[in-house]
Design a protein around this ligand. Sequence first.
Ligand SMILES: [Zn+2]
Length: 125
Amino acid sequence: MSRYRKCAVRGCQDSVSVRHRFPNPTKFMYVFVQWVDCIGNEAVRDIDPITVYNRYRVCHAHFTVEDNYGNNRLRKDAVPSLNLPDQQISNATDEILGSSRTESGLLHKLHVTRETHLSPKAKLS
Ligand SMILES: [Zn+2]
């Protein structure tokens, strides 16, 4: 009885889907980083990319049909997008983009900018 190794996506209990390697970080680092970002696995963030590439797998349940190159191969630029642990990253981005359009968001930005300007002086004194 062969068992697939655990999927690297946080909380994923899948044990039947095909496993995919991470993109090779020496060739596709920008895709690799996107994988690490979206799978919500803190452990993977702290591990050397080459080790992640060699040891970790992400199951097929996180990829769309468009990511498929055929014969269970992924396109070079495919990034997991389905059944992910949470969407906190994209929600946070939406909030930042949304609030910056409002007046209060703009004021908050100005306040932060002012503090940033003041901090070097504070360090000097
Ligand atoms: Zn999975």
